[in-house]
Write a protein of this length. Structure first.
Length: 322
């Protein structure tokens, strides 16, 4: 993000949570601008483009209950002055800050629904009261939430209403991403589901089995004329990244990251992969396209000789991690 300094010039900054702290860094120098110690574990953070408001959430975990017992939403100005803090029982699983500096959070149990905070007040919005929100994503055109029931919902532009879309599935939605024309969901059922977004409404288009429960997923650059879907899975022993088409779910490639994937991110012609060993791998569109063109059969696995072909393909694509 960019903040305005005393001369009115834009200065890029980074908002981050670490341990129990909210930290604001100068993006150019890495120097710390300000820091604030929150109560419990610092979780989510969002900020205005001009840096005028920074909102963060924290949660307190009770070992005896094996659950989160309370959360707090903290609101700061550009200089790190605390404007207000609001504590409630539910843990927020996604946080969005709109153009008017209103924060909307998707909540888990007990009340579920949304929490809406402004400079002046904080109120609970009782949408889908029996269906906890487990994740969320803010894409290019809208914000979506994934629910424990397997359904997902779309946040209205006013930040106050939810429209729930029913999905014929018992798998909880733990990961999701959305763009202008596509949305993809995944969870603990080792199934990936794709949706086409038309006039703001998602319509189910495909469903495929993947190698294991989905740890993370992201929509990425185009491959073969289609937006790509990158899904990181973990079956308890082995980590896999499946690269698929957002149009129909067809498989482009399978990658072996070597360690469990904790984070996927996409920007322009690059995909960033963060793994359990602390490594960050960067894959470029041009390099991946060239590899796939050279070895077209590596884009999918057949039943006959599948194990051998999988091994060969992983060996070829492992070089991409360099």
């Amino acid at each position: 993000r960019d903040a305005l300094d005393s001369n009115g010039d834009r200065v890029p900054f980074i908002c981050a949570t670490a341990g129990s702290d909210l930290v604001i860094l100068d993006a150019a120098t890495g120097e710390e601008r300000w820091r604030y110690e929150l109560e419990g574990s610092a979780d989510l953070v969002a900020c205005m483009d001009d840096g005028s408001r920074v909102v963060a959430t924290s949660s307190v975990y009770e070992v005896d209950y094996n659950d989160f017992i309370e959360s707090t939403c903290w609101r700061f100005d550009a200089d790190g002055e605390l404007l207000r803090s609001d504590t409630f029982e539910e843990r927020p699983w996604h946080l969005i800050l709109d153009a008017g500096a209103a924060a909307t959070m998707g909540l888990g149990r007990p009340r579920c629904g949304l929490m809406h905070q402004t400079d002046d007040d904080c109120q609970h919005l009782p949408h889908a009261p029996d269906d906890p929100i487990l994740c969320g994503v803010t894409g290019e055109s809208q914000t979506m939430f994934g629910h424990a029931s397997g359904d997902f919902s779309v946040l209205h532009s006013d930040g106050m209403e939810l429209e729930v879309f029913t999905v014929d599935s018992d798998d909880s939605v733990l990961q999701m991403d959305c763009g202008l024309q596509h949305a993809v969901t995944g969870g603990d059922g080792a199934v990936l589901r794709g949706f086409e977004i038309s006039e703001g409404c998602p319509n189910a288009r495909w469903e495929v089995d993947v190698a294991g429960p989905v740890d993370d997923l992201v929509l990425g650059f185009e491959l073969a004329g289609s937006v790509s879907v990158w899904a990181a899975t973990w079956d308890g022993v082995r980590a896999t990244i499946e690269v698929r088409s957002a149009d129909d779910g067809s498989l482009f490639a399978t990658l072996d990251p070597g360690f469990r994937v904790r984070s996927l991110d996409a920007r322009d012609d690059r995909i960033a992969i963060g793994t359990d060993d602390g490594s960050v791998h960067l894959l470029r569109q041009e390099l991946l396209e060239r590899r796939l063109e050279q070895e077209p059969k590596a884009t999918q696995l057949d039943d006959d000789g599948g194990s051998s072909r999988r091994h060969e393909m992983q060996e070829r694509l492992r070089a991409l991690r360099g």
